[in-house]
Design a protein around this ligand. Structure first.
Ligand SMILES: [Fe+2]
Length: 261
């Protein structure tokens, strides 16, 4: 399994705070069957600044440590880039990273609103042959209120990544509900952990794929699973499954048909 959004590099954001924590998180990933993950430290979010060159060097050191510790995991460099005025110029200056050197860039909006120039930014990134993946839209207040807000961004060429913990209820009922609703509306392209800490906020990737298989059908779990690999391989995402996602009402109708008193 591939996880495209993690905070595994030590001491540079609110994820792993030491090499020991990095290795513990790496062991947790391997125990869940993850073979490759992309390190996406926060960048330009007002609290953390992690330029491309620093992330690349730390990723190289992390892979050396993994080999030395006999942990069968590989880490590729990336960033979780906060939307900011200087983003396009920062890209031209070489300060930003795509995910694992692919055409995909992970961008983060503030949690309380959608920036006014978001659609313009998506357009500009697409013109530069980059595909923005919006990190955890299910945690954005405006999208929680109306999924149409995300639909507009997807129409402009953005993709979206929902977090395992959101689907599994780790951020509360409302975010759980939004996460499933966005997935069922076909507005989500990839699932990842946004892992920060093995116990407090780990991976739960397999668990999330299993839940998706149960609630939306196996083709959807396969679709998300394959798309994470597409990011690592720099390939276009696959076609979304054409299977009908069962709604709650259709399941209860079926249930009442078979279990009539
Ligand atoms: Fe993150």
């Amino acid at each position: 399994m591939i996880d495209i959004h993690t905070h595994i590099l030590p001491g540079i954001d609110d994820g792993a705070d030491s090499w020991e924590a990095t290795l513990n998180l790496a062991r947790a990933a391997v125990s869940e069957g993850i073979t490759t993950l992309i390190a996406t430290p926060h960048h330009a979010n007002g609290r953390y600044t992690n330029f491309a060159s620093e992330v690349q060097e730390l990723t190289r050191l992390a892979n050396e440590r993994l080999v030395a510790s006999g942990i069968p995991l590989s880490i590729a460099p990336g960033q979780e880039i906060r939307v900011h005025e200087d983003l396009l110029d920062a890209w031209q200056r070489g300060e930003l990273l795509s995910l694992a050197g692919s055409m995909y860039v992970l961008i983060e909006m503030p949690s309380n609103h959608i920036p006014t120039k978001m659609e313009e930014l998506i357009h500009e990134l697409r013109v530069m042959n980059l595909t923005p993946i919006i990190a955890h839209p299910e945690r954005n207040a405006e999208i929680v209120k109306s999924s149409d807000r995300l639909a507009r961004l997807v129409d402009r060429g953005a993709c979206a990544q929902v977090t395992t913990h959101s689907l599994l209820g780790g951020f509360g009922k409302q975010i759980e509900k939004t996460a499933w609703s966005l997935c069922k509306s076909g507005l989500v392209h990839v699932i990842s952990s946004d892992a920060h800490h093995p116990e407090r906020r780990g991976f739960r990737l397999r668990e999330a794929y299993e839940a998706i298989g149960r609630r939306m059908g196996e083709p959807w779990a396969d679709y998300y699973f394959a798309n994470a690999q597409c990011v690592a391989d720099n390939r276009d995402f696959g076609m979304q499954p054409k299977v009908q996602v069962p709604s709650k009402s259709s399941i209860s109708r079926l249930f009442s048909f078979f279990y009539r008193p």
